[in-house]
Ligand binder design. Structure first.
Ligand SMILES: Nc1ncnc2c1ncn2[C@@H]1O[C@H](COP(=O)(O)OP(=O)(O)OP(=O)(O)O)[C@@H](O)[C@H]1O
Ligand SMILES: [Mg+2]
Length: 291
């Protein structure tokens, strides 16, 4: 154990915290010493590592949210400033570029707020999806539109291979495209420029499996099980790109609510593949005849 470093005294109690090595971080023991009528002391020792870790995650999260809000808000206010001064004299092309930046910044803010609201309803147990027979290609098209700018900015290619018999799914179309957009965004954010991101589909029993693969650095094994926890971000990701660590938590909630499963395959230097399943819808002919 490394020594006790803080001591707080409240009437009759002394609270000390001691740190000890625990996995890759330090664990925390809380030792409460209570004096009983000058006859001696009772010492209670509690392992408060989990609470300390939660507190640290929350602090990290608040900092990260503030950080994530800063750049779109700064972009919004800079563009609005310019528009306010020069909108009437500005060439049409510049005006259009500026409006596109404004729209992107507003979307980033919307996206962040939606993610936080989704995470709140997952936590509260009220998260719901509405599954209907729908098209996987349609959901993928919508997701591709959302991520196009991010891909262009890093000169990355999106390769889609929707194999035959895998288009009709029983899923919430908007939520499915949200899962795809989240996974493709991760693939883009954490991979180098000019790489390819591939979305493939396959039939597996009564389900459709979708795999989103990238050519990025991969994720070390010890971090993989934690990635679906809210607010968790891998060590390397924190410097590589922005984010608050909610995307995968939300993807898993959506996939599971639709009756599917999600898992990550990855290894340092091998890229990352996220696999998830969606129940297959009955064929259109069956639907029409009500079979
Ligand atoms: N394709 C990937 N390659 C490497 N690391 C990844 C990949 N996808 C996810 N990760 C790791 O998993 C962590 C959690 O991902 P998640 O999408 O939940 O959060 P985020 O991308 O950090 O933030 P956001 O809430 O904006 O999505 C990331 O911070 C990153 O460390
Ligand atoms: Mg993400």
């Amino acid at each position: 154990m490394s020594g006790a470093t803080t001591v707080q005294r409240t009437d009759g109690h002394a609270v000390r915290r001691a740190w000890f090595p625990h996995e890759e971080r330090m664990g925390v023991l809380e030792i409460v010493s209570t004096e009983i009528l000058e006859r001696g002391w009772i010492h209670t020792i509690r392992d408060v590592t989990a609470q300390a870790e939660l507190l640290r995650l929350k602090e990290d999260f608040l900092l990260q949210v503030a950080h994530e809000l800063r750049s779109p808000v700064a972009a919004l206010s800079a563009s609005l400033d310019l528009l306010h001064q020069d909108a009437l004299e500005m060439p049409r092309e510049d005006l259009q570029k500026m409006l596109a930046t404004l729209m992107r910044s507003a979307r980033r803010l919307e996206h962040l707020i939606e993610n936080m609201l989704d995470a709140g309803s997952i936590e509260a147990g009220t998260f719901q999806v509405r599954a209907t027979p729908t098209s996987l290609r349609g959901a993928l098209r919508e997701a591709a539109e959302v991520v196009q700018h991010a891909l262009d900015a890093k000169a990355q290619r999106l390769v889609t291979e929707v194999s035959s018999g895998t288009d009709r799914i029983l899923a919430d179309p908007r939520r499915t495209s949200q899962v795809l957009a989240n996974l493709i965004t991760n693939a883009s954010k954490y991979s180098p420029e000019s790489t390819a991101i591939t979305v493939r589909t396959a039939r597996i029993d009564g389900s459709i499996e979708v795999v989103v693969s990238d050519e990025g650095p991969g994720i070390p094994e010890d971090e993989r099980p934690k990635l679906f926890q809210p607010f968790y971000r891998a060590r390397t990701a924190r410097e590589a790109a922005g984010g608050v660590g909610l995307g995968l938590t939300i993807c898993r909630a959506i996939v599971q609510a639709q009756g599917g499963d999600i898992r990550i395959e990855s290894g340092p230097g091998r890229g990352t593949s996220v696999h998830f399943t969606i129940p297959k819808a009955r064929e259109l002919a069956e639907e029409a005849s009500g079979a």
